[in-house]
Write a protein that binds this ligand. Structure first.
Ligand code: PLP
Length: 407
């Protein structure tokens, strides 16, 4: 955390305070960051311009390099993630791509999870075909097997935790030890946990990425991404952003910064409701299995308790008895909960991974990945738990054999 937020009594302010006050001082001025709609910035003399030009991300004097509204949002985000520095991008995939392009060159090797986000699979494949890197996938559920995938040329071990859609938990300290023993960087897509729900850098990760489209934006109305880490690494990623140009504009940067102010509150609320619903679903006769790291029965529960804070994330998944047909009836019976992909929004959203994010795996691939065909993924929003439960119970009652009185 920056020195600014420790001033005064010397206490480290809590996440809510840091979310509201950011990394800036509380001296006089607008309480909301001004949106600076300027593409370029002028200097009194050539020396001043040269200083800015040589200062990397901090010296930005042209909007693609960085700009004041963006810098404010990045500083606030870095405070929340407890990172030295952060960069925002115009999508989560732009952020992840920038990290891979910054850390890899032709001939390098990546170890990633079978359970990685679909777009990350596409990025790894694209780079293997067009850029000259190679990759191997390991099962997040089988850490004993990870090391076998490493090669002398492995530069990145890329993980997610929790993973999509079955919420597998990766022990990040263990992953970092392995990566570092093999001279690779641990990169962690922490989207499902959010910047306030998990701090992978403190557990040994070298770089953290987020799809800011999810919990950071949090209202289902913006597309963005983030990369956080030590200043030196962020400098290398900044060069990629400058070259490829996936920079949020001032209006988007402001929207992201505004959303950050309520992030800890939103995450605490959605996570509490997700645990409540996951617990109720385990007792429902129409549900074969519930996947949620907050449940003591989840194989990653102990690790999740150690490495997650403010609960266990907004996403849970449950396997409806009766397979695809039953799950389709249930999802089509939801009224309050929207049938849509994505997660981390104020709105609760449900989707069928077998038909959306994991369609391309095929039936056999899904079985190997441990994704039942009757799986419904639920991203819990800010609605009342009782209202969401009533919606779920009514939809589950549409599968006649399992119709049961509501609790
Ligand atoms: C959504 C998502 C992404 C991609 O983010 P975009 O903002 O859609 O580009 C990457 N990783 C995870 C885990 C995601 O959920």
């Amino acid at each position: 955390m920056s020195a600014s937020s420790r001033k005064g009594s010397g206490r480290t302010p809590g996440p809510r305070t840091r979310a509201v006050h950011g990394g800036g001082s509380s001296s006089r001025g607008p309480v909301s960051t001004p949106i600076v709609h300027s593409v370029t910035f002028s200097f009194p003399d050539l020396d001043a311009l040269m200083v800015a030009q040589n200062a990397g991300p901090e010296g930005a004097f042209y909007q693609r390099y960085g700009h004041p509204t963006l810098a404010a949002a990045e500083a606030r985000l870095a405070e929340l993630e407890d990172a030295e520095a952060g960069l925002l991008f115009s999508s989560g995939m732009a952020a992840i791509s920038a990290v891979f392009l910054a850390l890899l060159k032709s001939g390098d090797h990546v170890v990633a999870l079978h359970q990685s986000y679909g777009g990350t699979h596409a990025l790894l494949q694209w780079g293997a075909e067009r850029f000259g890197w190679s990759f191997d996938l390991v099962d997040a559920r089988d850490p004993a097997a990870w090391e076998r995938a490493f090669k002398p040329s492995t530069r990145i071990f890329h993980v997610e935790s929790p993973t999509n859609p079955t919420l597998t938990i990766v022990d990040l300290e263990r992953a970092a030890r392995l990566a570092h023993a093999r001279d690779a960087a641990l990169t962690c897509d922490s989207t499902f946990a959010s910047p306030v729900g998990q701090h992978p850098l403190a557990l040994g990760a070298d770089v953290v990425m987020h799809s800011a489209t999810k919990s950071i934006g949090g209202h289902g109305d913006l597309l963005a991404g983030a990369v956080l880490g030590p200043r030196a690494r962020i400098g290398a990623v900044w060069k990629v952003r400058k070259v490829f140009g996936a920079v949020p504009d001032p209006a988007l940067a402001w929207q992201i910064e505004r959303s950050l102010k309520t992030l800890p509150l939103r995450v605490a609320a959605t996570n509490a409701t997700a645990l409540e619903l996951a617990t109720r679903l385990t007792a429902h006769p129409g549900v074969a299995q519930v996947f949620y790291p907050g449940l003591a029965s989840h194989p990653g529960h102990d690790v999740a308790r150690r490495q997650m804070s403010l609960g266990f994330g907004p996403v849970l998944a449950f396997d409806v008895r009766g397979g695809t047909e039953a799950a389709t009836r249930v999802i089509e019976g939801l009224e309050l909960i929207a049938h849509a992909p994505s997660l981390g929004s104020v709105d609760s959203l449900a989707s069928l991974p077998a038909y959306t994010s994991h369609l391309q795996l095929g039936e056999e691939g899904r079985r190997r990945a441990g994704i039942p065909d009757g799986l419904i993924r639920l991203s819990v929003g800010l609605e009342e738990a009782d209202d969401l439960w009533a919606d779920l119970a009514e939809a589950l009652a549409r599968v006649p054999a399992h119709a049961t009185p509501q609790r």
